[in-house]
Ligand binder design. Structure first.
Ligand SMILES: NC(=O)C1=CN([C@@H]2O[C@H](COP(=O)(O)OP(=O)(O)OC[C@H]3O[C@@H](n4cnc5c(N)ncnc54)[C@H](OP(=O)(O)O)[C@@H]3O)[C@@H](O)[C@H]2O)[C@H](O)CC1
Ligand SMILES: [K+]
Length: 505
C-alpha cells in the first residue's frame, strides 16, 4: 500500500491531471464510486455534510451516487461560497437533481438526529490550520449525535492532519475512514485510532505503475509481503536455503543465542551454526537442529583459523544479541566482518543487532567493512547512538533521518518501534503489524533469527527485513487474541504456520 502525506497526494493528483490527462472531475467521480462500494446494502437514510473544497466535492458526488441507487439522502452544505470548481459542479448537479440541501446551522441538530448514516466531507488533505468557529461547532455536533449512527469520513476524518496525525483543535470521530490512493502518514499516529475507525484505502482509477515513481514509501501489507515470496524449488536441498552463522550469546546471556538460532531454524534456514563458548551446552538441548562452533574465550586468536573456514562457508552471518561489548567480542566481530565473499564467490550478508550495533557506534571505521551487505536492526536508543541524533530529533523526523542514514552508510536499516521502519535509503516501508504485548526481552533476538534465516534463503536484505518485521508482528497480533502477553518463545513456535499463511494461503 502506498504511504503518503498531503503533499504526495497533491503530486499524484497533479500528475494524473497534467500528465495522464485525466480530468480532475473524473478523479472525483472515481473517488465517489470507489467510496460508495463500501456502503452496506442495508444502510439508508444518509446525511452528507460538505465543505467547500474538493473533500466537500467528493461529498456531493457521493450524495449523487447514493441518490442514484434510490437511497434516502440529505445534504448539509456548510458554505456555497468560494467552492472549488469541482465542488461547485457536483453541488449544482445535486441541486438540479432535487436532493434536499440544508444550509442553516440551526437545522443541523434535527438532521443529525433523524439520519442513520453520516458521511462527512468537510476537510481532507487541504486542512491547513486549527479548526474554529462554525466548522468546530459542526464537528462537535457530529460527534455528539453519532453514538447510535455510523459515521463515514471521506479521505481523512475532518480535523486530523494527514501528514502528522495531529488533531487540529477538534476532529470528527469516524467509524470508517475511506481514504484515497495512499495510506496517510498521519494515520500512523498511535493515539488517533478512535478518530479513524476502520481504515480502507481506495483507488481513484489510477494504475499503481503510473504513479509509483512519485511515491517511495509504503505501508507493509500482506499483498506486498506475498509479492516478495520466493517459491521453494521442489528439487532443492538444504544447501540451497542458506548456511547461517550466528554469533550471539555469552556467559549469562546464552538464551539470546539460543533464541536467535531457534528462530533461524524455524524460519527455514538450511543450516544454522552458532559460535558459542565451548562450555555452553544449552544450545544442543534448546535447538537440537543447530550446530555449535565452540570458541575458547580464554584465547580468542586460537580459534581464528578454523573460524575463517566457517566464515568462508557461510551465506549469512548474524552478530550481536547477548555478545556484550568486551574487547574479545569486538575481536570476533571484526574477524566475522573481515571477509566479504564466501567460497562460492557470493557476498556474505550480515545482520547486525544489539551489542554489534553498540560496538559499531564505538568503532565507526567498521562501517566500511559492512557496507552494501548488511541489515542493521537498532531500537531507538541504539539508533540514536549510531546516528548521533537525539531521540527527540529522531521522533520529529524519523523517515528522513532513517533514509539519510541508510544512504550514507549503504546499509539496510530496520528501525524498531511502534511502526517499525525498513529502508535502504531509497525506498521506505512502515510495518503494519505488532503490538505492545510483545515488548519484552528476547523479541529482538527472535527478529534477528528470522531475518538472517530469510537472507539465507536468497531473499534480498530489504525483503528479509520487511518479511521478518511483518511476520514477527503478525504472529503477535494473532496470539494476543487468545493470550495477554507474547514472548519470543511463543513467536518461535508459530513462525512456520504463519509463514504458510502469509505466503501460500
Ligand atoms: N488524489 C486524490 O486523492 C483526490 C482527492 N480528492 C479529494 O480532495 C481533497 C482535497 O481537496 P482540497 O480542495 O485540496 O482540500 P479540502 O477539501 O480538504 O479543504 C480545502 C478547503 O478547506 C479550507 N480550509 C482549510 N483549513 C481550514 C480551517 N482550519 N478552517 C476553515 N477552512 C479551512 C480551505 O480554505 P482556504 O481559504 O484555507 O484555502 C479550502 O476551502 C482530498 O482530501 C480528497 O477528499 C479529489 O476528489 C479526487 C482526487
Ligand atoms: K473528511
Amino acid at each position: 500500500m502506498l504511504l503518503g502525506g498531503n503533499e504526495t497526494t497533491k503530486k499524484i493528483d497533479n500528475y494524473a491531471i497534467n500528465e495522464l490527462k485525466i480530468p480532475s472531475i473524473v478523479l472525483m467521480e472515481n473517488a465517489a464510486i470507489s467510496f460508495t462500494k463500501h456502503i452496506g446494502k442495508n444502510e439508508d437514510n444518509f446525511l452528507i455534510i460538505c465543505g467547500k473544497g474538493n473533500n466537500g466535492g467528493d461529498g456531493y458526488a457521493i450524495a449523487r451516487q447514493l441518490f442514484s441507487k434510490e437511497k434516502k439522502v440529505k445534504i448539509f452544505c456548510i458554505s456555497d461560497e468560494n467552492m472549488s470548481n469541482n465542488c461547485s459542479v457536483n453541488y449544482e448537479i445535486c441541486k438540479n437533481s432535487g436532493i434536499e440541501i440544508f444550509y442553516k446551522l440551526e437545522k443541523l441538530d434535527k438532521l443529525l438526529l433523524e439520519c442513520d448514516v453520516v458521511v462527512e466531507g468537510i476537510f481532507g488533505t487541504g486542512l491547513n490550520s486549527e479548526i474554529k468557529g462554525i466548522y468546530k461547532d459542526i464537528i462537535l455536533k457530529i460527534n455528539e449525535y453519532s453514538k447510535n449512527k455510523k459515521v463515514y469520513a471521506i479521505d481523512i476524518p475532518s480535523g486530523i492532519n494527514g501528514d502528522t496525525g495531529e488533531i487540529m483543535g477538534v476532529s470528527v470521530k469516524a467509524d470508517v475512514t475511506i481514504s484515497f490512493v495512499t495510506y496517510k502518514k498521519g494515520f500512523l499516529k498511535s493515539d488517533i485510532k478512535e478518530y479513524l475507525g476502520k481504515v480502507i484505502i481506495e483507488n481513484i482509477g489510477l494504475n499503481k505503475n503510473n504513479i509509483v515513481h512519485i511515491v517511495s514509501e509504503y505501508y507493509l501489507t500482506s499483498e506486498i509481503i506475498k509479492g516478495f515470496h520466493i517459491k521453494r524449488d521442489e528439487n532443492s536441498h538444504k544447501g540451497d536455503f542458506g548456511k547461517v552463522l550466528i554469533f550471539a550469546g555469552s556467559s549469562g546471556f546464552y538464551g539470546a543465542g539460543n533464541i536467535v538460532a531457534k528462530s533461524c531454524v524455524r524460519s527455514g534456514a538450511g543450516l544454522t551454526t552458532v559460535i558459542t563458548d565451548k562450555n555452553n551446552f544449552s544450545l544442543n538441548v534448546f535447538v537440537p537442529e543447530a550446530m555449535s562452533f565452540p570458541i575458547n574465550f580464554e584465547n580468542i586468536e586460537e580459534n581464528f583459523e578454523k573460524l575463517e573456514k566457517e566464515i568462508l562457508n557461510s551465506d549469512v552471518i548474524a552478530i550481536g544479541p547477548g555478545i556484550g561489548k568486551s574487547q574479545k567480542a569486538l575481536k570476533i566481530f571484526e574477524k566475522l566482518i573481515s571477509i566479504e565473499k564466501n567460497n562460492k564467490g557470493n557476498v556474505i550478508k550480515l545482520v547486525l543487532d544489539a551489542d554489534a550495533l553498540n560496538l559499531l557506534s564505538e568503532n565507526r571505521e567498521l562501517f566500511e567493512k559492512i557496507k552494501s551487505r548488511s541489515v542493521l536492526t537498532p531500537h531507538l536508543i541504539e539508533f540514536s547512538r549510531l546516528s548521533g541524533f537525539s531521540l527527540e530529533e529522531i521522533n520529529r523526523d524519523k523517515f528522513e533521518i532513517a533514509k539519510d542514514f541508510a544512504q550514507k552508510y549503504e546499509i539496510t536499516l530496520l528501525l524498531k518501534g511502534k511502526n517499525t521502519i525498513i529502508t535502504n535509503g531509497k525506498t521506505l516501508f512502515v510495518n503494519s503489524t505488532g503490538n505492545s504485548r510483545m515488548a519484552n526481552g528476547g523479541m529482538g533476538d527472535c527478529l534477528t533469527g528470522i531475518i538472517c534465516s530469510l537472507a539465507g534463503q536468497k531473499y534480498g536484505l530489504v525483503e528479509s527485513a520487511c518479511i521478518g518485521a511483518y511476520l514477527h508482528g503478525k504472529i503477535a497480533d494473532k496470539l494476543v487474541k487468545q493470550q495477554y502477553i507474547v514472548n519470543a518463545s511463543h513467536i518461535i513456535e508459530n513462525i512456520s504456520e504463519c509463514m504458510k499463511e502469509i505466503f501460500e494461503v
